[in-house]
Write a protein that binds this ligand. Structure first.
Ligand code: ARG
Length: 459
């Protein structure tokens, strides 16, 4: 299709390095939709005949159903999806097919197709992320009062509730979704009609094609339109951050389900056995989510590196934008599905969690806070006194709430019996009523708020 000035065909290696149809075939829906919009606009502007446009549209519909059915024969010699479709169109409708590429280049074509594909993919990911949030919020509601050890540095810090922990991921996922929504908003401009780089000499109606394809408006600079891939970079950045969030929860599931920790149990649905060790139940799905994050971030890095040295406008380097992005976003989609399944499936061991929450003097902060409240001791000082009381208790290896009052009085004589009202883990979480805190009633109302919001948006 571009062979006019060529006398021999490309070397086999040239074909191998140049071909993109193996992956850009995934753009077929978008490519066909964009071609239909272009042809219709050309006809309306009197650039091609209405008859030709009709034949083109009909042929494109046939091609769409052939590809959907799997009967379309993709030819590597035709390089990419654009030329595969156009060549088949010529088989089907003859001469009018040759008019479709008027006032169009593969450069604006691919930029249009890929934006449309990204937009569709973002919409699918958003629906999946909403499902993930729903699963988390449901589990959080059920476990609003299930006490677990809250950790910093992976060391026992303060008791929290399992529900509160899960709602943290609902918040993260909400931000992930808003990052995707933001990327979607910015990418939703139509490059179609930018030509190879300079625009075209034909009197196009770019607003018409933009509208037909659901874009907000046409892009305003033809050089920019064909030569930037920031929409793909931005979407991959959003995907990378979302994947990092999923990976952190995956890592927690790996830790929680280890027999050494045993705070959470996954069913057989999301574990695998070992071919040698009969006792094993491995959290493979969580591990793979953790690992796929590497591929997703890798795709972002690869594209940033591809783009960083390219002068305007289009260069063939940019063909390398698709494989990584498609692979990464498919990996993210699978990861969201697997994490959603695991969240629905997992069950905490509430009594082990509670016991673990009370170990490691997790209510020492509650003791220090009591000293501030009841005895008006400055926090810096109460922190020091509580530390001494913890040291005393750990000498004899007993829990804070079992330490005799006399032993505490030896350190601060004004301490009374009332101190025991804050030293159990249940009391501790119940007292964390500040907005955003872990108190079961907060968690319940936050979970309810999310469930309501998510139910509303799915309508
Ligand atoms: N397959 C190409 C890509 O993905 C389409 C654009 C080709 N344009 C060109 N001038 N060679 O970028």
């Amino acid at each position: 299709m571009w062979g006019g000035r060529f006398t021999s065909s490309p070397d086999a290696v040239m074909e191998d390095i140049n071909v993109s149809v193996d992956f850009d075939r995934h753009l077929y829906r978008q490519d066909i939709a964009a071609s239909k919009a272009h042809a219709e606009m050309l006809a309306k502007q009197g650039i091609i005949g209405a008859d030709d446009a009709k034949k083109i549209a009909h042929g494109l519909d046939t091609i769409l159903s052939e590809i959907d059915k799997g009967s379309f024969e993709f030819k590597r010699a035709l390089e990419d999806i654009h030329m595969n479709v156009e060549s088949r169109l010529a088989d089907l409708v003859g001469a009018p097919a040759g008019r479709l590429h008027t006032a169009r280049s593969r450069n604006d074509q691919v930029a249009t197709d890929f934006r449309l594909w990204m937009r569709d993919t973002i919409d699918t990911l958003d629906t999946a992320l909403a499902g993930f949030q729903r699963a988390l919020a449901h589990k959080a509601f059920d476990h609003a009062a299930t006490v677990m050890p809250g950790l910093t540095h992976l060391q026992t810090a303060q008791p929290v509730t399992f529900g509160h922990h899960l709602l943290a991921y609902v918040e993260m996922t909400a931000r992930d979704r808003s990052r995707f929504a933001d990327a979607r908003k910015r990418l939703n401009e139509s490059p179609l009609g930018s030509g190879a780089l300079a625009g075209t000499s034909f009197d196009l109606d770019r607003d018409m094609t933009a509208k037909a394809l659901g874009f907000d408006r046409p892009t305003a600079n033809s050089l920019d339109a064909v030569s930037d891939r920031d929409f793909a970079m931005e979407t991959l950045a959003a995907a990378s951050i979302a994947a990092v969030h999923l990976s952190r929860l995956a890592e927690e599931i790996v830790i929680w389900t280890s027999p050494l920790v045993a705070l959470v149990r996954l069913s057989d649905k999301f574990t695998t056995g070992s071919s040698m060790m009969p006792q094993k139940r491995n959290p493979d799905a969580a591990e793979l989510v953790r690992a796929k994050t590497g591929r997703i971030i890798g795709a972002l890095n690869a594209l940033l590196i591809v783009m960083k040295g390219l002068p305007l406008a289009y260069a063939k380097d940019m063909q390398e934008d698709k494989e990584g992005a498609m692979d990464a976003l498919a990996a993210l989609s699978l990861s969201i599905a697997a994490m959603t399944g695991m969240v629905v499936d997992m069950e905490p061991d509430a009594s082990r969690m509670k016991k673990a929450a009370g170990e490691g003097y997790a209510t020492a902060t509650d003791l220090a806070d009591w000293l501030v409240r009841a005895l008006k001791i400055p926090f810096r000082e109460s922190h020091h006194l509580a530390g001494k009381i913890v040291a005393k208790a750990s000498e004899t290896g007993i829990a804070l709430h079992r330490l005799p009052l006399q032993a505490m009085k030896a350190i601060e004589p004004r301490i009374t019996d009332d101190v025991f009202s804050v030293l159990t883990v249940d009391r501790s979480v119940k007292s964390r009523v500040s907005y955003g805190g872990t108190a079961p009633k907060n968690v319940r109302s936050q979970a309810r708020k999310w469930l309501k919001r998510l139910a509303k948006e799915s309508k």
